[in-house]
Structure formats: structure tokens, C-alpha cells
Design a protein. Structure first.
Length: 400
């Protein structure tokens, strides 16, 4: 008789263990926290509703300015509890408020944020059905006669409460897809506009530069041909002028090509190309690259021109003594930081150059973050998700 086969289960070392689920006592503790926070949640819900009704007056704006952040704080605590119960994060996806936004503008951003209205719906749930569910869990634990009901009921009640919290306090799959489609539509439209503007620039450069010079070459050669028999010396001078003009036209064409895709970028990659930009600066620029490979060519081009714009702004406006550029790759994202020790106060909304950088990066789902307090330093962080193609590293290179 054969012995039964032994099943051997191997755990892969690279696969993280699932998070430990909270037990009944911890779930009951979470329920008690829900009960304790129900009263202030109700208070701030009332304040937000009242503030919204009387928002036409300054007192209403003041109430909203204080009550909305407080309501978000309580919502954040419930997100944290729900994430621990469910073993998965419940993100707070509020719209960012730009630094320095005044009271009215801040309240308007909050009012237009769909997550604010989700918070209000959650508050109403938290002080009604959610409160009943959490209170029931606590009462079942405290009553000796209901110990068995608590033992079997605490876990499903609290997990269902956590799923309801998550459903109200974070976007669902459909909403995320809708937001993603909207973002992609906006970025692609911006990319198309940028491409059309680039084509117009190239056409203008060719028309005003190389084309005009080539027309002049043709005219000079035509005159030289007609004058060759009667005045060979003048014809030779015209041919020499045509040759010089043709060389200038070739230079114009090379400039246009460099504006489309710089040869140094194709030859040396983003690290070498940024070092070449640094060498052209009037102030010392230190370039540090920790890239284990090369990004795709379109990403390299976008980051190159973004860094070029940032360095140009440093040279024109920062009044800096030193600048630096850092390139690194982490978690599938190419991160480029351009900094300087200048006067600070950089505002990406004050010029078209930085907005162009944002549009260029947005086409690749990239972002730009600016930190520039008065007095400096200024740090511009460019992040673009991408994959690297080859294992090559460019060492650090200070330039003077």
C-alpha cells in the first residue's frame, strides 16, 4: 500500500506576507473609537452645512474655513481605521490647494472637490447607521449574556462598516477610470497643441532662415550664370557669396535640427546632455546622475528641454551663485531635481516657460513640483514614470 504523498508548500521570499488581520478585541476597540468620534463628527457636519448655507456672508466662509479641515481630520482617522481593518490603504484623494491661496479661493477649491461631498455623505452615514453598527459591537462586548453574539458578530459587523467607510471615503474603480480618462484627454490635447506650436516654430525658422538663404543662393547663382561670359570676376564673387550663404543655410538647418532633438542627447543620453547644458552656464552647475540605464528617447527629450528651461531661468532670474541637477531612478520613476541658491520666489504660473515644461511632462504622465521660498533655495522636481532600457551609469560631474 502506497503512503500518501506529502504536499510541500514553499513560500517565495520575494512575496510579502499578507497583513495580519485585527482580532475581535482590536475590532471592538476600533468600534469604541467610532462611538467616541461620532459626537464631534456630528458637530462638524452641522457646522459645515450651516456654513454652506450662509456662505454668502463672511461668517459662513469663516465657519467653512475652520469646519472643513476639522471634518477632513476625522475622516482621515476613519480612513486609517478602515485601512487597518481591511488590510489595504484607503487613500485621501483631495485636490491640492496652491500655497498662498486666500480664504475665498481655498473654500472654493474645497467646495469644488468631489471628495468634500463624499466626506459629507460619510459624516451623515457615520452618525447614523455607522454609529449604530459600532455601538452594537461595543454593547455586545459589554453585556455578558451576549458574549457569544459578540464572538461571532463583531468581525463581520466591523468589516462591513469598514467597507462602507472605504466606499464613501475613497473613489471607486469607475470614478478613478473617469478621472483617468479626463486627465489623459487633457494631457493629450495639450500635447497636440504643443506639437502644433512646435511645427509652426519649425516652419517659421525654416521660412525665415534656411529658406530665405537658399532663395538668395539661387538668385546669386542665376546672376552669376548670366554674367559669367561678360564679367567673370563679378560672377566669381557672386558664386563665392552663394557658397557662403549656402553654408549659413546649412547652419540654420542644423540649429533647427538641434531644436527638435539635440545630437548630444542621442549620442550621450540624458546624463551627458544635461552635463553639456551645465557647461554652457555662466555659473557653476553640479550634475549628479544615478541612472542605471537610459529612458525612452521621447522621455529623454522632454526631460532635457525641461532642464534646459529651468537652467535658463536660473541664469536669467535667480541671481544664484551655484546650481545643481540631480538625476535618479526609483520605483519606475525618473526623478530630476534642479536647484539653485538664488533669491527664490519662483512662481510657475508667472511665465509661459514653466507652463510649457508642465505640458511637456504631462504628455508622459509626468509632474513638476516647485519649492521656492523667498530667500531660496529653489528646488524644481520633475518626475516622469518610465522604464530604463540599458544598464549604464554616468558618474557625477561638477562643472565650473
Amino acid at each position: 500500500m502506497d503512503e500518501p504523498e506529502e504536499t510541500l508548500v514553499l513560500e517565495h521570499p520575494d512575496v510579502p506576507a499578507p497583513p495580519k488581520q485585527p482580532g475581535r478585541f482590536k475590532l471592538t476597540g476600533f468600534a469604541a473609537l467610532h462611538v467616541l468620534m461620532a459626537v464631534p463628527t456630528l458637530l462638524f457636519f452641522i457646522l459645515i452645512v450651516v456654513g454652506g448655507v450662509v456662505a454668502v456672508a463672511w461668517v459662513g466662509l469663516g465657519i467653512l474655513f475652520l469646519a472643513l479641515p476639522a471634518g477632513r481630520w476625522f475622516a482621515g482617522r476613519h480612513r486609517l481605521i478602515a485601512s487597518r481593518i481591511l488590510g489595504a490603504p484607503v487613500p485621501a484623494e483631495y485636490r491640492p490647494v496652491p500655497k498662498g491661496t486666500h480664504l475665498v479661493g481655498r473654500v472654493l477649491i474645497w467646495a469644488r472637490d468631489p471628495m468634500t461631498w463624499r466626506d459629507l455623505a460619510w459624516m451623515l452615514f457615520a452618525v447614523t447607521l455607522g454609529f449604530v453598527m459600532s455601538l452594537l459591537t461595543v454593547l455586545l462586548f459589554l453585556a455578558i449574556a451576549t458574549g457569544a453574539l459578540w464572538w461571532y458578530g463583531a468581525e463581520p459587523i466591523m468589516r462591513y462598516r469598514a467597507r462602507l467607510d472605504r466606499g464613501l471615503l475613497s473613489y471607486g474603480t469607475t470614478e478613478r477610470l473617469e478621472q483617468r480618462v479626463q486627465v489623459l484627454t487633457e494631457t493629450r490635447a495639450s500635447s497636440i497643441d504643443h506639437s502644433a506650436a512646435e511645427l509652426r516654430r519649425i516652419e517659421r525658422d525654416l521660412h525665415d532662415g534656411a529658406q530665405a538663404r537658399l532663395v538668395s543662393v539661387g538668385m546669386n547663382l542665376g546672376l552669376a550664370e548670366s554674367m559669367y561670359a561678360e564679367d567673370p570676376e563679378q560672377a566669381a564673387r557672386l558664386v563665392a557669396e552663394a557658397r557662403a550663404t549656402a553654408s549659413a543655410a546649412l547652419g540654420d538647418l542644423r540649429s533647427v535640427v538641434r531644436g527638435i532633438h539635440p545630437p548630444v542627447l542621442a549620442d550621450r543620453g540624458i546624463s551627458g546632455a544635461v552635463q553639456a547644458l551645465a557647461l554652457d552656464m555662466a555659473l557653476p552647475v553640479t550634475v549628479t546622475s544615478e541612472l542605471p540605464g537610459r529612458p525612452p528617447a521621447p522621455v529623454e527629450s522632454a526631460v532635457y528641454f525641461a532642464v534646459a528651461e529651468c537652467l535658463a531661468n536660473i541664469g536669467k532670474h535667480a541671481g544664484a551663485a551655484n546650481a545643481w541637477v540631480t538625476l535618479r531612478y526609483a520605483d519606475g520613476v525618473l526623478v530630476t531635481v534642479v536647484g539653485d541658491d538664488g533669491r527664490g520666489g519662483a512662481n510657475p504660473d508667472s511665465g509661459t516657460g514653466m507652463r510649457g515644461v508642465m505640458r511637456r511632462l504631462a504628455a508622459f504622465d509626468g509632474t513638476m513640483t516647485v519649492s521656492s521660498p523667498d530667500g531660496g533655495p529653489t528646488l524644481i522636481t520633475l518626475e516622469v514614470p518610465c522604464a530604463l532600457s540599458s544598464q549604464r551609469t554616468t558618474p557625477s560631474s561638477p562643472t565650473d
